[in-house]
Design a protein around this ligand. Structure first.
Ligand code: HH2
Length: 260
């Protein structure tokens, strides 16, 4: 899953694709690099990001979703939003998946996704983006995150979404410290054991610098190391900025594993 942020303030690529033409060109580039899914977002979730209204967010993402769906019919377009109205507009324009970092906290979201026969990514986040890093302590981070996601998955299935279209994401960096993120990445197989496809988003996240001291723009090696365990699983989607590098990493890792 290649990331396409149409925002002025995303943590690693804010402002680069605000113009619709630049966004469509970047989405097309991600497809050329091997992405099967493009995740189009119009609101940053970084700690302290300014909230965006429904109309502004829809105006950013819907035309880009429509054009990418037209240009790349074999690629799945996902919309990264927690707003049911934005999700509905994007699904009507050609998206077939909603990536909701709030795990459909707004009850209307599951209805919208079910009505469109679409898929949904349910992600764990403590609190909201503005405040999520204020308290990153857990008694047992894995137990808490997995129990939360199991509950949200049950709600999605009860709302009429097929279990294979409900994807679960531990929310790396969303209200967790470096040790918590490492722990969640170490047990992605246990999350997959809940029976749903899994999404992992570790790309360029700040815990990589917390662990290594790497500068903000130098987090690719850590981003690849973070997903090494997850990419051995059969039904996992990797949410990444650096598609070409990730495809190369995953392909070589798979070749070595299958030769073992
Ligand atoms: N991370 C970000 C945004 N959306 N969605 C899922 N399912 N999983 C993630 O880990 C995830 C996500 C943050 O990354 P990015 O989109 O690059 O930054 P921003 O939110 O600042 O736009």
């Amino acid at each position: 899953m290649g990331i396409l942020n149409i925002t002025p303030d995303s943590f690693s690529d804010g402002g680069r694709y605000l113009d619709a033409g630049a966004a469509i060109a970047h989405g097309t580039q991600l497809v050329a690099e091997g992405a099967d899914v493009i995740d189009v977002g119009g609101e940053s979730t970084r700690p302290g990001a300014a909230p965006v209204g429904e109309t502004v967010e829809a105006d950013r993402v819907v035309p880009v979703v429509a054009e990418l769906a037209r240009l790349h019919p074999r690629v799945l377009i996902s919309v990264d939003t927690s707003k049911p109205a934005v999700a509905a507009a994007a699904l009507t324009a050609g998206a077939s998946m909603v990536n909701d970092v709030s795990a459909a906290r707004d009850g209307e979201m599951l209805k919208v996704v079910a009505e469109h026969g679409a898929a949904i990514v349910l992600m764990h986040m403590r609190g909201e983006p503005r405040t999520m890093q204020a308290d990153t302590r857990y008694t047992d981070v894995v137990a808490e995150v997995h129990a939360f996601l199991a509950g949200r998955a049950a709600a999605a299935v009860a709302a009429g979404i097929a279990p294979d279209r409900v994807l679960l994401d531990p929310g790396i960096g969303f209200g967790k410290d470096a040790a918590g993120n490492a722990r969640l990445l170490a047990v992605v197989a246990d999350l997959a054991a809940l029976g749903h496809p899994v999404v992992v988003g570790a790309s360029r996240k700040s815990f990589i610098s917390a662990l290594t001291g790497a500068a903000n723009g130098e987090r690719l090696p850590g981003s690849l190391a973070a997903i090494a365990g997850a990419c051995a699983l059969p039904r996992v989607m990797l949410r990444v900025h650096d598609v070409a590098a990730t495809v190369q990493f995953v392909t070589v890792l798979a070749a070595v594993r299958s030769a073992a």
